[in-house]
Design a binder for this molecule. Sequence first.
Ligand SMILES: Cc1cc2nc3c(=O)[nH]c(=O)nc-3n(C[C@H](O)[C@H](O)[C@H](O)COP(=O)(O)O)c2cc1C
Ligand code: SF4
Length: 429
Amino acid sequence: MSVAVDYEPVLLTHPGRAIAVSLKEYEAEDGYAGWRHALAKMTPDQVVEEVKASGLRGRGGAGFPTGNKWGFIPKAPGAKYVAVNADESEPGTFKDRELMEVEPHRVLEGIALCCYAIGAETAFIYIRGEYIEAADRLEAAIAEAEAANILGNGCLGSQLNVRVLVFRGAGAYICGEETALLESLEGRRPMPRSRPPFPAVEGLYRRPTVINNVETLANVPAIIDRGSGWYNSIGIPPRNTGPKIFCLSGRVNRAGNYELPLGAVTIRELIDDYGRGVIDGKAVKGVLTAGVSAPILTADKLETKLDYDSVQAAGSMLGSASLIVLDEDTCIVRAAALMEEFFRHESCGKCTPCREGTSWLLKVLSRIEAGRGVPADLDLLLSLSGEITGKVLCALGDFATSPVVATVKQYRDEYERHITGGACPFEQW
Ligand SMILES: Cc1cc2nc3c(=O)[nH]c(=O)nc-3n(C[C@H](O)[C@H](O)[C@H](O)COP(=O)(O)O)c2cc1C
Ligand code: SF4
């Protein structure tokens, strides 16, 4: 076992804590210092420039530069909105939940700074319906901050109004897709919008809107308080800066959220040094790095550093950094079928290739898993996937093909053993 990284957390500063950090505690640890500093000493443009200089990239999955996104918001007067993406429905992802449950004021401070930077007076936190505790704690924290005049009308004695509202969703993966989220917030069925126009121009109620992930916004207070230079000293500048919360789950001894600088550890080190290794000392068969939405990495990629560029160079995506570990006893065909079942269920049905294609992929995977596949099924899976990728309205359709394409290409022998043996060669769990 190598030595864990010497690092002082920036986001989850109370590891292991189960109750929310109160306003009093947060302020005692320099909480809202960034907010106070911005209101007293910075223009909104300076806040945007500082976030740009930090190199912060969106933590919701796509890794888009946050400062650039804020800079796209038109300067013309009129209503603008912030929509906070707290849907967190990606399998294996539970970082935003801990942030909202334990560090609600850090999230609120990030939201306030975003509102100030883009000239918005209202922010909606779109939170998945199952996160009852997180939603309750956010509402309690908003009430605390409003009572202390940190949020609300005339924040901190300024002319500024910042209203934060919690909106509880009903639990659908597609609601995390940013334009489906806006549809849902407006009271409609959550089906993604075609773009352009992009939300920065026409978002919520057809007004300019920034949509950011919870973890992304939770990074902003420290950037404003301690400066972009300090932030660049964490991680690997310029494209992989700052702290990242890695959600580790699957066949590991100690699943959980681990906050580390981007690029500080390899996949193997995260599993061994933080997750205390694989259950029963088994070998790793593969690792999903972005929940189920990006190609699986095979065991020979365990030395890959955990940052955006390294994971991409290895053939996958860091995404939300939700690592699911599969061990040597896992049937890869069954794993692919389970992932496809998820996508089939969650497809919103707006595009025919995604709606119909996910059902067909699942059908073919299921028959192979049951030992009823034929050799031509492998090419059929790849060609069906080719009919979906790039031919749909949102990324869910593309995500839905990655468990299939990556596993057929990288574990083809396992598929073939199911077909030639006429049964699953693994013990079923
Ligand atoms: C099907 C689908 C589900 C998504 N789910 C989430 C989610 O639960 N949380 C999230 O922050 N982003 C999710 N995203 C990404 C968002 O569309 C968007 O890129 C993100 O909220 C932008 O915030 P960021 O720039 O701070 O990462 C999802 C995207 C897709 C296509
Ligand atoms: S790709 Fe799938 S989830 Fe996305 S809009 Fe089309 S049908 Fe809906």
